[in-house]
Design a binder for this molecule. Structure first.
Ligand SMILES: Cc1cc2nc3c(=O)[nH]c(=O)nc-3n(C[C@H](O)[C@H](O)[C@H](O)COP(=O)(O)OP(=O)(O)OC[C@H]3O[C@@H](n4cnc5c(N)ncnc54)[C@H](O)[C@@H]3O)c2cc1C
Length: 404
């Protein structure tokens, strides 16, 4: 069925995942006159429910959607020795996608001029005076929306050209044990006691939700994802042989693949069309964390719109991207030992400074200090060769997908 109508909004956000929800949330605070969030109906374009973790100091307006938080973090080196840090004033927080979606949808529907439109965006393009989104509604009708600005978070069909292309890929189990086996005060960010792959690195990740409940994940930074059977076998080994869980049930699973690359992600896709989220380069290359950057960028976009500026600031600074490009290449080429690299960072750099560094909030001087606590020779050698390496295209399967 095709029937056409055209509607107008001040701003349109395409895609209600992490970045789209963060931006819609901030825009309801600054109130453009009309704001439409477009999210496809249930089906293949809608990712399964996920958890997003990030660190933050103080209140950020997401408290209602935060389902757990930790002020103590732990990393286990490959030698089994733990590093325990308290990065006050930062806490590590977990937001479930369903809770965040409810919070933002409620805000939108209660605000004047805000709405959530269930539709599939077919095309987004600049037109005179703004931009246009052509959508298909669930009944098959076509709808054209126009706005002064469109923020598009739809995944890219392929990664832009890059020198290094790693993937952070993982599978997690929400486990329940018969007795209390977890300490809900401590989150295990990286546990390198797991067997290491021939290329890249692997670690366990444990977010305890109660003494008898936790999200336990097996993660690799490497070139290729694994089969479900391979993740399950690695998780089973981690739970039984390393965490020592004897009897437990798996209540839910979570799986994903996040690009770790030095590709350039253009933010502008037209005069009035901006890409946000992973598609707009919000994923921090060296860590895969995206949620905190999406939040920071959303606040900056909302402030720019409120002040009548049409700019969208970059999600990450140039220095951070340059350092990440060196680290990714050093990891990919096997010049540095990944588990030692990350464990030593937590051992040698004050945790609050390290987290601030990952948020792009450190000074040049602090960054030199952090650089000196890494294996200087292989990092310098890698830095010296990077400018001579071209970024190349390679069509790849869509990343960021989660399967349950
Ligand atoms: C399982 C999983 C766990 C993760 N955990 C963390 C974490 O703990 N911390 C962290 O910082 N990062 C995490 N990430 C990485 C990153 O934060 C997420 O991938 C995040 O969802 C990226 O946000 P996004 O908005 O760019 O993409 P998405 O969240 O994937 O959003 C894209 C949206 O576009 C919509 N869409 C697609 N096509 C169309 C269309 N044609 N029309 C309209 N809408 C469309 C989709 O429905 C979707 O809602 C995780 C990733 C995965 C996969």
């Amino acid at each position: 069925m095709t029937s056409h109508s055209t509607e107008f909004s001040d701003a349109i956000v395409v895609g209600g995942g992490a970045a789209g929800l963060c931006l819609a949330h901030r825009l309801t605070e600054t109130r453009p006159n009309t704001l439409t969030l477009i999210e496809p109906p249930d089906g293949p374009l809608r990712p399964a429910a996920r958890t997003w973790c990030y660190w933050n100091a103080g209140d950020d307006g997401l408290e209602e959607a935060v389902s757990a938080s930790w002020s103590v973090l732990r990393v286990h080196g490959a030698d089994g020795r733990p590093v325990i840090v308290e990065p006050a004033a930062f806490t590590y927080r977990m937001v479930r996608s369903g809770d965040f979606e409810r919070l933002v949808h409620d805000r939108l529907t209660r605000s004047d001029g805000g709405r959530v439109l269930r539709a599939t965006a077919e095309s987004v393009r600049s037109v005179r005076g703004g931009a246009e989104v052509r959508c298909t509604l669930p009944g098959g009708w076509s709808l054209t929306l126009r706005a002064r600005r469109v923020f598009d978070s739809r995944p890219l069909p392929a990664l832009p050209p890059a020198r290094t292309r790693l993937v952070q890929h993982f599978r997690g189990w929400f486990v329940r044990t018969d007795t209390g086996r977890f300490d809900p005060a401590i989150a295990d960010l990286m546990d390198f006691r797991v067997p290491q792959p021939a290329h890249g690195l692997a670690f366990g990740y444990v977010l305890p939700l109660a003494p008898d409940r936790a999200l336990v994940e097996y993660t690799e930074f490497s070139r290729n994802t694994l089969t479900i059977e391979e993740y399950e076998s690695a998780l089973d080994h981690y739970c039984r042989d390393i965490l020592g869980l004897r009897t437990f049930t798996v209540e839910r699973t979570e799986q994903g693949a996040i690009p770790m690359t030095d590709a350039h992600f253009p933010r502008r896709a037209g005069t009035a069309v901006f890409r946000i989220g992973t598609a707009g380069g919000a994923t921090r290359p060296a860590t895969g964390y995206t949620f905190a950057a999406a939040q920071r960028q959303s606040r900056a976009i909302a402030a720019a719109l409120r002040d009548g500026r049409g700019t969208v600031p970059a999600p990450h600074g140039r220095r951070a991207l340059a350092m990440d490009a060196i680290l990714l290449r050093a990891l990919d080429s096997g010049r540095i030992d990944g588990p030692d690299f990350f464990t030593n960072l937590f051992r040698r750099v004050p945790a609050e400074r390290l987290l601030r560094f990952l948020d792009g909030g450190t000074s040049l001087r602090e960054e030199w200090g952090i650089g000196l606590r890494t294996p200087v020779r292989p990092m310098l050698r890698t830095a010296a060769e990077l400018p001579f390496l071209p970024r190349r295209s390679r069509p790849v399967a869509r990343t960021g997908e989660s399967h349950r």
